[in-house]
Ligand binder design. Structure first.
Ligand code: PDD
Length: 292
């Protein structure tokens, strides 16, 4: 594998990504024992950084790990990382593991030296074609654990589920558990029914996306009818619109599910409205250098 020419961060040091090395005994490597964040950056301004750092802190607390930095220190390190890349729009990846430990033992080590790793890759917005015409998805039973609210690096189930989409030549796998919509393999899912935007309520069975929260906020701000409530699988199959949201995909319309069109197979009337609200918010926030 050729290393991309990016600057990364490991345990306090900024260095070319190719030069960063961690121990083979790292618990992130051996157990998937760690958490992560993916933060979108537009024109070198991180979007909703406070919220991403809050979710990072929540994930750390949920796995009983101290936060290695305060919010201001995180913000300053992330800005330093952003400043060292050649592109303006970036996706900042932050990962903290419970660090190296020996002997290999499932239980926490008595002394923990966390591994803190970051890198920033170029963020490319979804292509115009996907925005204009929507994307396809497949559905699958949610085979993940019961703490999907933690942004854990142990993503084997998500990886397998996402591969089902790739193998089917579509963009996402939409997950259902006990007859209810949860989310996508790497995104949140919202639907529209009879002019009302429906969003599944945050729970331990889904990751509450920062983009999901922003879309709900924008719906409220623009008086788009909205209900946050449990959504039946049947309701998704008969939805007027299905949307997916994530930090890398922003908001996309899902126009086909398991090979069948969603409604008439085109993005519905609310989608372009939300897409515009999102772009206006993003551009305004970045122009003003703030996102509140
Ligand atoms: N994934 N649900 C899951 C399972 C996810 O992996 C993601 C994001 C989301 C959306 O969260 P947000 O809006 O905060 O990006 C929901 C990121 C992009 C990733 O794993 O790279």
């Amino acid at each position: 594998m050729d290393f991309p020419p990016l600057v990364g961060f490991l345990n306090g040091r900024f260095e070319p990504l190719a030069d960063l090395q961690i121990s083979v005994l790292d618990r992130g490597f051996l157990f998937g024992d760690g958490i992560y964040e993916a933060i979108p950056v537009y024109n070198r301004h991180p979007l909703r950084l406070t919220e991403h750092l809050r979710r990072l802190a929540d994930s750390l607390a949920a796995i009983n790990m101290p936060n290695p930095y305060g919010a201001e220190e995180w913000a300053s390190l992330i800005q330093k990382l952003i400043a060292q890349q050649s592109f303006a729009d970036q996706s900042v990846y932050v990962q903290i593991t419970r660090g190296p430990a020996f002997p290999r033992n499932h239980a926490f080590p008595t002394v923990t030296e966390p591994t803190v790793f970051m890198f920033a890759d170029e963020l490319l917005p979804p292509c115009k074609e996907a925005v204009a015409n929507g994307v396809a998805a497949v559905s699958a039973a949610d085979i993940r654990w019961l703490q999907c609210n933690i942004k854990a690096i142990s993503l084997l189930a998500n990886v397998l589920l996402k591969q089902q989409a790739v193998d089917a030549g579509v963009a996402e796998t939409i997950l259902f558990r006990d007859g209810y919509l949860q989310e996508g393999a790497s995104s949140n899912i919202l639907i529209v029914k009879e002019g009302v935007l429906l969003a599944p309520p945050p729970s331990n069975l889904m990751l509450t996306g920062i983009t999901y929260d922003l879309v709900i906020e924008l719906a409220k701000q623009h008086n788009m009818p909205l209900e946050v409530r449990a959504i039946l699988q049947q309701e998704v199959l008969g939805a007027d619109e299905v949307w997916l949201t994530s930090s890398s995909k922003e908001v996309l319309a899902v126009v086909s599910l398991d090979g069948k069109p969603v409604a008439n197979g085109l993005p519905g009337p609310l989608y372009p409205m939300m897409y515009d609200y999102f772009q206006v918010f993003k551009n305004e926030a970045m122009r003003l250098g703030k996102d509140k």
